[in-house]
Each structure stands twice: as C-alpha cells, then as structure tokens.
Design a protein around this ligand. Structure first.
Ligand SMILES: [Zn+2]
Length: 161
C-alpha cells in the first residue's frame, strides 16, 4: 500500500469558536461520511460551521491546502432546530435533524431555479429564489406545528401547498 499523497480533513466549529477535528482520511468519501455522521448530532451541540480541507502531503505552507467544502449552520425553517447546514459556495442546504431533512438546492435541470423539499411528506416544489424557498419551508413548518406534529413523531397529516 502506498502512502497517501493527499489527505482529507473534516472539522466543525462550535459557537465558542472551538474547532473540533474529526480525523484525517485518505479518501473524500470517508471524510464526507464521517462529517455527515457527526452533523446528525448537530441539535445536541452549538455548531456554527463545518469544513473539509484537502492537504497535499509534504507541501510547505498554504499551497498544500484546498478547502473542499465549507458550510454554515442555521436554524431549520421547518423543524426550527439549529440543524440546517448551508453550503454558500455551491448553493445547497439540508437539515441534519432526525425525521426532518428539509432541503434546498439549485436545480440541476433548470439552472437558476431553486428546488426544495421535505422528505417526510414527499413535499417537493420549485421556485425562483432561495428566499422564496425559505419562506415556503417556514410556512410548511408552521402548518406541521399547527397540526400538532413535530418532526421526531410520525407525521399523520400531509400539509397542503
Ligand atoms: Zn429540520
């Protein structure tokens, strides 16, 4: 086995500014699965950011470093927990909260359009802007709350559009 010439380093930062390293991995896939598994615990912690940085081994200084992904944590528009991870560079956002997983993404079929959804009810919609998607998801969240169901419990009614 040859030594890795590039390593993938996922990490998260807490509100307090403390950075938590999640390990050093030889493949991007492993780094992502470690980070995703950790983000599922977001609601138990005060997290603000996450990143995956690629380091070329044996290169001195910043030249050897590339940021692969950088995400910010916000309050989820649907479940209201601080579990909504937003990637500002390649716009996409997804809630890592249990039984929620609300998401927003730029359409791959129609560039410029925004797709968003909420898997528990197979809710899926398209709109013109991220702001619009956030407004709609907040309405959805309010409807779920009004119906007396919160993510984490079984959803018994499907919110109307
Ligand atoms: Zn959520």
């Amino acid at each position: 086995m040859s030594e890795a010439s590039r390593v993938f380093v996922p990490s998260v930062s807490e509100d307090s500014g403390t950075s938590i390293g999640l390990g050093v991995f030889s493949s991007e896939e492993t780094a992502w699965s470690v980070l995703r598994a950790f983000l599922r615990k977001s609601h138990l912690m005060e997290l603000t950011r996450s990143s995956i940085v690629v380091w070329d081994v044996d290169v001195v200084g910043n030249e050897g470093m590339t940021t692969l992904s950088s995400m910010h944590c916000r309050d989820c528009p649907v479940c209201k927990r601080r579990t909504f991870w937003v990637d500002l560079e390649h716009f996409s956002a997804k809630c890592s909260g249990t039984s929620c997983e609300a998401w927003i993404e730029e359409s791959t079929i129609e560039p410029g359009k925004i797709d968003f959804g909420w898997p528990p009810t197979r809710f899926l919609k398209q709109c013109q802007s991220v702001e619009e998607a956030l407004v709609d998801l907040r309405i959805l969240g309010a409807e779920i709350e009004a119906a007396g169901t919160t993510p984490g419990q079984a959803i018994t009614s499907i919110p109307k559009e």
